[in-house]
Write a protein that binds this ligand. Structure first.
Ligand code: ZN
Length: 225
């Protein structure tokens, strides 16, 4: 079976769900079906076909996990997605809020030759415009220890650098841009009121207050004072 865009979307959804999988290491079919926006019965049929191709391991009634071969294919889809996003922003001047949908299409059609050329033109970036890590051409994630934490967990007076955004809804990304939140921007936490659910951060001269649910979506690295 050739890796069609449907197959690739299932593998990608599993790869991204596995970060939050349950203790038995399986993604429930219902969760997978929601992620790829199909009925559970449709997802089950597809998962059985993927299992026959050796891309996943399926345990009826329990769930599904990627095989090593499926993991590698999924990582390469994400590599194409994230390099395309980076290319659209860095080379074509698009906004980080508008590149996801184009990358969803292009990730299935760009050739290896084209993607490696993009990678070289971009100087082999390690992250995409949203701070998501770009897997290598071998399908590996670069193993630098993940020191990023949600902004919501940072105490007052912590100096932080904004490194990754989890929620990539275009409206949310536009809101962040308007508030002065660019990837790499540094600021200082001036308020973290858990009772009221408010975090305030000062970036340059402007202060931005946000709810805890928003601050949970912004990953930062603590930097020395
Ligand atoms: Zn991205």
């Amino acid at each position: 079976m050739l890796p069609s865009s449907t197959v690739e979307n299932y593998l990608k959804a599993l790869y991204q769900a596995e970060a939050t999988r349950n203790e038995n290491g399986l993604v429930p079919i219902g969760q997978l079906a929601t992620a790829v926006r199909v009925a559970p019965g449709t997802a089950t049929t597809m998962v059985k076909a993927l299992a026959e191709s050796g891309l996943v391991q399926y345990e009826p009634y329990l769930g599904v996990r990627l095989s090593p071969a499926g993991t590698k294919l999924a990582a390469l889809v994400l590599r194409r997605h994230r390099l395309v996003e980076q290319f659209l922003v860095e080379v074509m001047g698009m906004s980080w809020a508008e590149v996801h949908e184009d990358a969803e299409q292009l990730e299935h059609v760009v050739s290896d030759r084209l993607i490696e050329r993009m990678d070289a033109m971009l100087g082999h970036p390690s992250v995409d415009p949203h701070g998501d890590p770009i897997p290598t051409a071998d399908g590996e994630l670069r193993g630098d220890a993940d020191s990023a934490v949600p902004l919501s967990e940072c105490e007052v007076k912590t100096r932080v650098k904004f490194v990754r955004v989890i929620d990539q809804d275009p409206d949310f990304l536009r809101y962040l841009s308007e508030a002065g939140f660019e990837l790499g921007a540094a600021g200082i936490v001036t308020e973290n009121n858990r009772a009221a659910g408010i975090v305030t951060i000062k970036v340059d001269d402007s202060s931005v207050s946000m709810g805890h649910s928003v601050a949970e979506q912004l990953l930062v690295e603590r930097i020395a004072n």
